[in-house]
Design a protein around this ligand. Structure first.
Ligand code: NDP
Length: 294
């Protein structure tokens, strides 16, 4: 049996970021505009701190302006909403991201809803979620957008393929299903109440796993030759105590069956930040009524 081709998300993301950097420079030269990304972090969660640092670093690497706001874990909700209102009105800021999760005194929905939809580069605002679901112009959540780019790069035309999305969260599963539907796939969304998950998965030409359960999908759930996108990022214990990251798919058995597969790490993860920069560029162009680079 042949091993699956490994889909190199890290390399794809590097090239995408380089292209975004070129577009940013062109925008500055031709229109005197520098796309600006504002990232808000509430609290001291170590994983969130790493994400925020990476986002700011990569925004600067793509020649964008980056603004970071760190607020204490006990910040009153009103202060956070005031900051968002200020950034909404700031012409130097084209994209606003609030790092989730937020502490319990803050109502996450209220915060998401407070971001101007055309600056909502995470694509979580109901206006953007609605536009995606109804086929309008939307800022699309970064992780599913990155998954779709990898799929199109690998498979070209997706029309008619049978896709199964495992997971139905607002940030990954649902927008992923909408994007695949927009590409004319036949889409099934599976979740914790789905009966016979294995059977559903075995029908998939495209399987996107976004459940948050380490190595839940074994190789014998995968149709031979299928394209497998593993969104999961799960830290597991290792005997040396250092721990390591694994996906929602059992890579070692899946790689024997699938036609192609994303690794964890190095698959979907790097695409998420690259797509955040892409959304910031797109948001800047739309706000300034300039053509959106294709
Ligand atoms: P959520 O916890 O919000 O959603 C998980 C989904 O999986 C739910 O719809 C849930 O079903 C379903 N699910 C959970 N357990 C099972 C099960 N045993 N069988 C079938 N379905 C199940 O997670 P997210 O969507 O936020 O994230 C999913 C994974 O993706 C996580 O590992 C996360 O770390 C990772 N992630 C990676 C990103 C990246 O950049 N690579 C970005 C975002 C997330 P139900 O709705 O019925 O409860």
């Amino acid at each position: 049996m042949t091993r699956a081709e490994i889909i190199d998300g890290k390399l794809f993301a590097e090239r995408l970021r380089a292209e975004i950097g070129r577009q940013v420079v062109r925008l500055r030269e031709e229109h005197l505009v520098t796309p600006g990304l504002a990232v808000i972090l509430v609290g001291e969660d170590p994983a969130s701190q790493v994400y925020v640092r990476n986002k700011a670093h990569q925004a600067r690497g793509a020649s964008m302006a980056s603004f970071e706001y760190r607020l204490p874990h006990n910040v009153p909700q009103e202060n956070l909403l005031e900051l968002i209102a200020r950034l909404n009105a700031d012409p130097a800021v084209h994209g606003i991201l609030v790092q989730l999760p937020l502490p319990p005194q803050v109502d996450t929905d209220r915060v998401i809803n407070a971001i101007r939809p055309d600056k909502d580069i995470d694509g979580f605002h109901p206006v953007n979620a609605g536009a995606l679901a109804t086929g309008g112009d939307a800022l699309v959540p970064c992780t599913p957008l990155g998954c779709l780019m990898l799929l199109k790069h690998r498979l070209g035309e997706l029309a008619g393929l049978r896709a199964v999305v495992l997971g139905r969260s607002n940030i990954v599963g649902k927008p992923m299903a909408s994007l695949l539907l927009r590409e004319h796939c036949t889409v099934t969304i599976a979740h914790s109440k789905t009966r016979d998950l294995a059977d559903e998965c075995r029908r998939a030409d495209i399987l996107v796993a976004a459940v948050g359960r380490p190595r839940m999908v074994p190789g014998d759930w995968i149709k031979p030759g299928a394209t497998v996108i593993d969104v999961g990022i799960n830290r597991i214990e290792t005997p040396d105590g250092k721990g390591r990251l694994v996906g929602d798919v059992d890579f070692d058995s899946a790689v024997q069956v699938a036609g192609s597969i994303t690794p964890v790490p190095g698959g979907v993860g790097p695409m998420t930040i690259a797509c955040l920069l892409l959304n910031t560029l797109e948001a800047a162009c739309r706000q300034l009524d300039l053509p959106v680079p294709s």
